[in-house]
Structures are given as C-alpha cells and as structure tokens.
Design a protein around this ligand. Structure first.
Ligand code: MRU
Length: 365
C-alpha cells in the first residue's frame, strides 16, 4: 500500500542484499521510521516488543529472522536454537509456528552451506504468497460490501466496523480485514469505517486510522465501548476483523475486545465477518477457549498511555495509581456461533469444521 504516495511493504530485504527492513510500528502515527534487522536477536526483539505485529507479519518476520540466523551460523544446532528463540516471542498468533515450520521443512534437509540462500528464497516466497492471499481475501470480501451497498439508500455509505489493526501494517501488504475495504474504496463504493481505538495499545487509533487516512478512506475513530451503541442505532452495516488463530471448528481468537463486538453484533443482527489467510487456521485446535494460548502482556500497556503533546513531544503518562494490580490479556476468543463467515483466500467459509475442511482439503490433514 502507499506511504506518502509511494508503494510500500511492511518487510523487505535491504539494498545490501541481506539486512531486513521493517517499519517501527511503535512510533506510528507520530513518526514513520524504518529499522534494519541484522541478527536473529533483533528479529526476535522486533516481534516481542511489537515493532512488527499482526499475525501474518509476525510469521514473515520470523521467517527472515531464520535467514539472519542461517547467514551467521547454518549448523543444525543453530537452526533449532534460532527457531526456538523466535517461537518464544509471542504465543497466540499461529502464523509464527506456521512460518517456522515452513522454513524448517526447507532448511533441515539441506547441507548447512546451502541454507542461507535457500532461507532467503523461502522467506521471500512466504511474503509474496501473503500479499497474493490478502489480495484474494480482498476480492471475496469486496462482494460482501458490494451486496450491502446495493441495499443502501442513495448517498448513504456502507458503514463497516473494525477492531485492532488487521490492515496492511499487520500483513506484508493489503491487510486481511482492510483488503475488502481498500478494494471497495478503489471500486468507487461509498464506504466509511468505524475504527475501534483498541485499548490497551491503541492499534486502531494509531495504526488503522493512519493507514486508512493515507489512502483517503473515510473513517471515524471511536472508543472501544461505542460499537454496541452504534449498532443499536443502525449505524453499522457490517463488522470485519482479523484473527491471530482460528480453530478448524471456526472459533476466532483476535485482539481483546473482539468478543464483545461479536456479542453486540449478534444482538443487533449485524453480520460479523472474520478475514483470514489459511495460514491463520490451526488445524490442531478444535476448542478456542481450551486450545489457544492467550498472551499476557505487561501491565504498563494498561496503566500508561503514550501520545504526542501539542509541542510534538512523544510522552508516556500514567493513568492509574502506581501500585494498582493490572491484568493484561492481549486476546480473546469469539465462539464460532457468533461469526457470520470466514473470508479466506479461497472464498467465504462457514465457521465450522465441515466448511473449512471442504475449502482446504489439502491443508486439513
Ligand atoms: O497484538 P497485535 O497488534 O499483534 O494483534 C493484532 C491483531 O489482533 C490482528 O487483528 C490479527 O493479528 C490479524 S492481522 C491481519
């Protein structure tokens, strides 16, 4: 997608041919700065400190992290150690495990001397595939938005609510939940996006608003608590969110607060769609509440808020007493029964095992 009118991906190989470029997403929307990763340690830190985030981008960064490790030491021992180190960075997004497995399958059988070149080729392939998959998700989701647009009175936009950032910043390009929105906008459909702020880290306020704004897509930032109220007043035609891990039975794990939006959507007959690449389906998990590990993050994400002062300085301020105990679950699980459909690269699946298996017989095992 575009940054200041220039096409951009979220991750790339630098002109030196080996360092990995990323956007430091912790600085957005106040500053656009890129960072070069030159070791597996730096790649692991970029994931755990959330310079990069979003399930598909976490997977892509881990893949390039293994490239950096193989360049330094392509031994079997280091392949295992680097893979373990990257796997430990964030527990919920299953794309991390998927990408490391894909890389391992290519690298393990090779002689160590051949591993670095093969790793870069495979990581590039994972990234290119992700772009194409997101584009296809966009095409399928576009049909949903077109259908809604046909039933809107003239002059009224299709109002779409999204949570967190499942935009191009969370993938390599296009995004998952945002891909249909970008395509609808480019097709001239009148769309408007309600952007949940997404406490505690404010990925909606900071990232989704930033990327929609860069593309000129009409949007309005709302508090996390506003969605239900807007739905009650007929101001939301559709919800679409991303996911960090979806069971093969259709339970959807996504950023904390997604479940409450799905409940409100259900109560108000608002369709609730989840956009996902097949790489986010966990074919070993059947019960989202039991089988998906929920990341616990530092309490400072809740007890403090970072922002820009009117003088342009970026500061972090406390919003609760210093000693207040804080619990920070980063994700929640929306049961399949609250999900209208899963927008994948192969089409729109029902949130159940039969439908997902029929759509992905090659992956279901
Ligand atoms: O903690 P984050 O910012 O990595 O969480 C991101 C999300 O919850 C996204 O909705 C999800 O990864 C889907 S990204 C296409």
């Amino acid at each position: 997608m575009q940054v200041a009118g220039q096409p951009h991906r979220t991750i790339w190989v630098d002109d030196d041919g080996w360092s990995i470029g990323i956007i430091d997403q912790t600085l957005l929307p106040h500053a656009f700065e890129t960072v070069l990763l030159q070791s597996v340690e730096q790649a692991a830190t970029a994931i755990s400190d959330m310079l990069v985030r979003g399930a598909p981008l976490i997977g892509a960064t881990a893949a390039y992290g293994l490239c950096l490790a193989m360049r330094e030491d392509p031994s079997d021992t280091n392949l295992q150690a680097a893979s373990d180190q990257l796997m430990a960075t964030r527990p919920t997004a299953v794309n991390l495990r998927w990408a490391l497995d894909e890389m391992g399958q290519v690298l393990s059988p090779l002689a160590p001397a051949d591993r670095a070149v093969a790793a870069y080729a495979k990581a590039a392939n994972i990234c290119d595939d992700d772009v194409e998959i997101c584009r296809q998700i966009g095409e399928h989701g576009l049909e949903l938005i077109k259908a809604l647009a046909q039933n809107k009175p003239a002059g009224q936009p299709v109002n779409i609510l999204t949570h967190c950032n499942a935009g191009w910043l969370a993938t390599v390009d296009w995004g998952t939940a945002t891909a249909p929105i970008y395509m609808a906008f480019e097709a001239g459909i009148d769309v408007h996006v309600w952007v949940d702020e997404t406490r505690p880290r404010n990925q909606g306020a900071a990232l989704t608003s930033w990327e929609l704004g860069n593309h000129g897509v009409p949007h309005t930032l709302i508090t996390d608590n506003a969605g239900g109220h807007l739905m009650q007043h007929g101001l939301v035609d559709m919800c679409i969110v991303g996911t960090d891990r979806t069971t093969y039975t259709g339970d959807v794990c996504n950023k904390i607060g997604t479940y409450l939006k799905a409940l409100a959507a259900h109560d108000n007959n608002v369709p609730f769609y989840v956009a996902l690449p097949s790489t986010t389906i966990d074919w070993t998990a059947s019960d989202g509440l039991r089988d998906i590990p929920i990341e616990q993050r530092h309490g400072d994400e809740i007890g403090k808020v970072a922002g820009r002062t009117k003088d342009g300085e970026i500061v972090s301020v406390a919003i609760s007493p210093d000693q207040t105990p804080i619990r920070n679950d980063a994700f929640d699980v929306t049961p399949a029964r609250l999900v209208t459909g899963l927008v994948t690269e192969r089409g729109i699946a029902q949130p159940n095992a039969d439908s997902l298996r029929a759509m992905f017989p090659d992956l279901a095992g």
